[in-house]
Structures are given as C-alpha cells and as structure tokens.
Design a protein around this ligand. Sequence first.
Ligand code: NDP
Ligand code: MG
Length: 392
Amino acid sequence: MSTDRQVRGVALLGATGSIGAATLNVIRRHSERFRVVALTGHQNAAALDALAREFDPDVAVLSGASHDSFEPGWKGEWRYGESEIVRAANAPDVDIVVNALVGIAGLEATLATLREGRRLALANKESLVAGGELVLEAWRDGGGELIPVDSEHSAIHQCLQGCEPAEVRRLFLTASGGPFRDLPREALRNVQPEDALAHPTWDMGAKITVDSATLANKALEVIEAHYLFGLPFDRIEVVVHPTSVVHSMVEFVDGSTLAQLGHPTMEVPVLWALGFPRRLKDQMPRFDPIAASPLSFESLRVDDFPMFRLGVEAGAEGGKLPIVYNAANEVVVAAFLRGTLSFEDLPSVVEETLSHFSCEPVHGLDDVWQTDSDARRLASTAVESVGRRTGT
Ligand code: NDP
Ligand code: MG
C-alpha cells in the first residue's frame, strides 16, 4: 500500500476503454490524491503506450498482445499476457483497483482484489453476474471494499449511505430504454449494428452499447444489484426513464424514496468510487432542474425485448444459469457486431443455450470457467445453425 496516505495508488484495468478514459479524466483533475500505479490494455497498444507516457505508471500490461508486436515509446516496465492483469492489480502500491475490463475476462481480477482486502471500483458487471457467489465469498473473506461504478448501482450505493438493510423496501433501476425504446416491434427485425451503436444518452464501449439496445444490460444490472445489495429479485424493479437524469432510486419502508440525479457522465460514479466515503470537489456540469424537466418514467417493453426476461429469470434461478446467460450474451453480441446474427435472433440463441443447463450450484472457479466455455461452444453452434437457416 502507498506509504503516503494522502495519495492513493490506482491500478486501472481496461485503461484503453470507455470507463478507462472516464477514470483517467477524473485522475487528471485529482492528481494530488490519486497516482496511477498500473495500467492495462488488451490489444490497443498505441493507446496504452500514449497513456503510459502521460501517467508513467510502475507497470503497463498489454494482456492481448506479445512483446514483439510493437515498439513502445514509453520506456518503463511492460508486461504481456492475461495472467499479468491480476499481478498488476495485486502490486504492493495499489490501494484501489478500477476494474473496467469488458466481459468475464474481469472475473479473476475482481476476486483477487477483494481477497487482498483492497478497494474494488467495479465497472465490470459481468464478473459479478458470472461469479456472483464467489465474489461475495471473496468480499467477505478478504474484507475488501466493493464500490460499484455502474451508474445505477452507484446511485443506489449513494442513496443507501447511513441506512440499515432492513429499512430498504425496493430498488428502482432506471433504464434509458436504449436506441430502440420507441421502435415498433416489426421494425426491430431490421436494425443493424450501427443503429444499435447509436445510444441516445450514454457514450460507451461497443459491447455494453449493444447490451443497452437489447436490454440485456438491464438484466445484467438487476443481477448485479441482487449481489451488491443483497435484495431478492422481486424487490428490484426496472423503470424506463429516457433522459437518464435520475440514475436510480431506493424506496424505504417509511414511504420515502431517494434518488440520485445528475448529468449522464460516468465520471461521477468513478469519482464517488475513488473518493468514497468523501465527496470530492469537482467541476462536473452543474445540475439544472429546469433544463432537466420534465422527468418522465414508463414501463419496460418486456415482451418486445426478450433478452431482459431471459436474463432476470436466469439470475433469479441462479446456480449456473447466470454464467450461461452472460457467456451466451457475449457470443451473440460479438456475432451481431460481425454481421453474422440478426438482432431478432439474439434472444433465441441465448434461450436455446440456456435450455442445456440447470440451476445446479457452482463449485468454485474451475466450474465457472467450464460452464462458461461449454455455454460459449453451444451458443456458437446455435449462431452457426441460425446463420445456415437465414443465410447471414
Ligand atoms: P470498452 O470496450 O470501451 O473497454 C474495454 C477494455 O477492456 C479495454 O481496455 C480493452 O482493451 C479491454 N479488454 C477487452 N477485452 C479484454 C480481454 N479479453 N481481456 C482483458 N482486457 C480486455 O468497454 P467499456 O469501458 O464500455 O466497459 C467496461 C466495463 O464497464 C463493461 O463491463 C461494461 O459493462 C461496464 N460499464 C460500462 C459503462 C460505460 O459507460 N462505458 C457504464 C457502466 C458499466 P483494448 O481496447 O486495448 O483491446
Ligand atoms: Mg448501467
């Protein structure tokens, strides 16, 4: 841990991504409080090199490339390969690990950080969805802090400060509804990757942007909320709020409901996760209630976006099913972005994959990897057979 307690060491996993960029913007403005100790990227060597030159960390990890793949400009310590991610997160001077990796690739770092008893600022929701019980165990055993960076969960975490679990009646996760909120059901058939990548309110990485269009993202978030806040699924509601001003709400047993509001930028949740339990003074856009008016809410079109129901049911049944849902979702999103699977076929592949599994309990990390890889194989086969049928 850092010897100078004023300056906290940060390992940023997924520095070359969208949450990575939001985190580094926050750190640029608060360099007297946070020092970048480690940066990781996967394949974008040029972007990681530029960040390493700017932040001069103790180590830079390129997890998806080899040392002979590029000539770095930064002359510090480079490491290569996926196993180096956890090593970077566990480095001695790290106080806070920001997990901004995408997909289940983030699971080992989530577990390792919590086991080491450090603060985990968690954007990588897939690790909590697939590793749920294991993450809770590592959190309990290691005594680390788990602070969500996902905006809805950050909002709830903020609303929950100072209250007891028994005082909470329900959580309301808000959903923008994605780019197809208003699109008639028939038109959903013909949407293309570029349509799905045009999110109305948030600027995010490709995978989560597609997840927002299918509403799989909201299902992943319901599961994430279940593990983070310990509430059963029937006390976690989702409500569509198109302008993303209210980031989520908590209803308490006394009839009060608290919400967290603000400009839709991921820098606010990052700042909260880094600075917790204090609020750090920052130059975020100021809130203007008149400009934000009116605040409107509507129901989710559950029947038109089956990925939501499939995910919540998998989460509620538990065991292996959330791992399978997450893996099949990663496969179908990649296929959709490659143009080999149409938007309307995404849920059927996920449903078909889920049908091969039951909610039997997960026995350790090896079981997670085995289930994940079995589900990926089955989902890939299902993608191919849909492709043969439809000619995509
Ligand atoms: P991006 O796709 O923008 O970035 C992903 C990062 O992970 C990049 O640094 C990428 O490296 C790296 N990466 C990709 N694949 C692997 C892999 N197999 N192993 C290790 N590293 C890998 O994603 P986002 O920043 O949008 O999202 C990150 C996480 O945060 C996701 O779990 C997402 O659901 C969550 N989240 C994101 C929000 C957002 O606003 N963006 C909001 C709430 C949650 P490289 O590019 O160098 O290949
Ligand atoms: Mg979110």
